[in-house]
Design a protein around this ligand. Structure first.
Ligand SMILES: C[S@@+](CC[C@H](N)C(=O)[O-])C[C@H]1O[C@@H](n2cnc3c(N)ncnc32)[C@H](O)[C@@H]1O
Length: 210
């Protein structure tokens, strides 16, 4: 769902950039994204494209970021990143992107915004090639409920939890390989799409990722 004005401003603030660059980015690289040179990367909920700039610095073969908010995609496109493209799409239905188009799917904290977050996890699996890697970080649902009581950012009440995410990864054919969890606060997960063929989640896609 769309961000509230307060969260939109916070997500596009200098403080958010510093957090993403100095804390989250090194963790993502250590968890496997450091090997994305020459690979195809898709970012779900790319926001205004700061993650795209970080990923692009590693020389992927392609990068596609998508987000449900056109305002975010406008900002991302204005970055003028070579080898990166952006589109407006929902995390649960990115039908413009082909099945199995990505070696890496990356999420910097968006599932807690998606009403049907389980469908978004299934979408990640659809986008990944067999053996491809999903890297996903999220805040814990309990923390968010407390945060909203104070700051009123209005996250959806869709029952997202880190434990639920772990369960869903496995149920969707994504094998959890590594995780960094601060209980009740934050979780970062690396999961690999199992090589076993599984039925497609959506109908055939029209376009390739890149
Ligand atoms: C907390 S912000 C994070 C943005 C960016 N990943 C970052 O780390 O700065 C969540 C992002 O998810 C996007 N979003 C929310 N619901 C979505 C959905 N259903 N499909 C795609 N993007 C969504 C929002 O527009 C927003 O840009």
């Amino acid at each position: 769902m769309r961000l509230s004005d307060a969260e939109f401003d916070a997500m596009n603030s200098r403080a958010r950039r510093v957090l993403q660059r100095c804390v989250e980015w090194p963790l993502f690289k250590r968890m496997g994204l450091g090997d994305c040179a020459g690979k195809d990367v898709v970012e779900v909920g790319c926001g205004s494209g700061y993650g795209a700039a970080l990923v692009s610095s590693l020389g992927p073969a392609s990068y596609v970021g998508f987000d449900v908010m056109p305002e975010q995609i406008d900002i991302a496109r204005r970055r003028g990143l070579a080898n990166a493209s952006f589109l407006v799409a929902d995390a649960t239905d990115a039908g413009e992107l082909a099945d199995e188009c990505a070696d890496f799917v990356v999420i910097f904290g968006i599932l807690h915004h998606v009403e049907s977050w389980r469908a978004a996890v299934a979408q990640c699996r659809r986008l990944l090639r067999p053996g491809g890697i999903l890297l996903v970080e999220e805040p814990d649902g309990t923390l968010l409920r407390g945060w909203d009581r104070v700051f009123a950012w209005g996250h959806p009440q869709q029952g997202f939890t880190l434990a639920g995410l772990e369960y869903e990864l496995d149920a969707d054919g994504l094998e959890l390989e590594d995780k960094l969890v601060i209980p009740g606060v934050f979780g970062l997960y690396r999961a690999r799409r199992r090589a076993v063929a599984a039925p497609a989640v959506h109908t055939a896609a029209d376009h390739a990722c890149a």
